[in-house]
Design a protein around this ligand. Structure first.
Ligand SMILES: [Cu+2]
Length: 131
């Protein structure tokens, strides 16, 4: 039993190291700073449906939110908007220009819609600000 447990633990450690090596973003993820929440969301497209992934963000009231938006959808420029926080950006999908960073302070608790203001048929998202 001990041997089985040790083997399982070793397999998990190897898998974690492999994942970190294959995904440098994960390995380099900064430690969470109190009051600052950083997310990266990527616009992808499948059979014509575009969605920012992840599309749900949970933060605490008063947090400073830094969202890095990367557009990998082949269909072109896409938007990201949150009306209540005054966010409205267009993100190109050019190989050398497919990233935008937005920052805001989540001042009021609530559930807010995120969406592409350029193509309303997108699958939308939400940001939940908890007290
Ligand atoms: Cu769009």
């Amino acid at each position: 039993m001990k041997t089985l447990f040790a083997a399982a633990a070793l397999a998990l450690a190897v898998a974690a190291a492999t994942i970190a090596a294959d995904h440098p973003d994960h390995a380099a993820a900064p430690a969470a700073t109190p009051g600052v929440r950083e997310f990266t969301s990527v616009n992808i497209e499948y059979k014509g449906s575009k969605v920012w992934v992840p599309s749900v963000f949970i933060v605490k009231k008063g947090d400073k939110v830094k969202l890095t938006l990367i557009n990998n959808a082949p269909s072109g420029v896409h938007g990201f908007a949150i009306d209540e926080f005054g966010i409205k950006v267009a993100v190109n999908n050019d190989e050398k220009d497919n990233k935008k960073v937005v920052e805001f302070t989540a001042e009021q608790p609530g559930l807010y819609r995120t969406y592409c203001h350029m193509h309303p048929a997108h699958v939308g998202g939400q940001i939940l600000v908890v007290d």
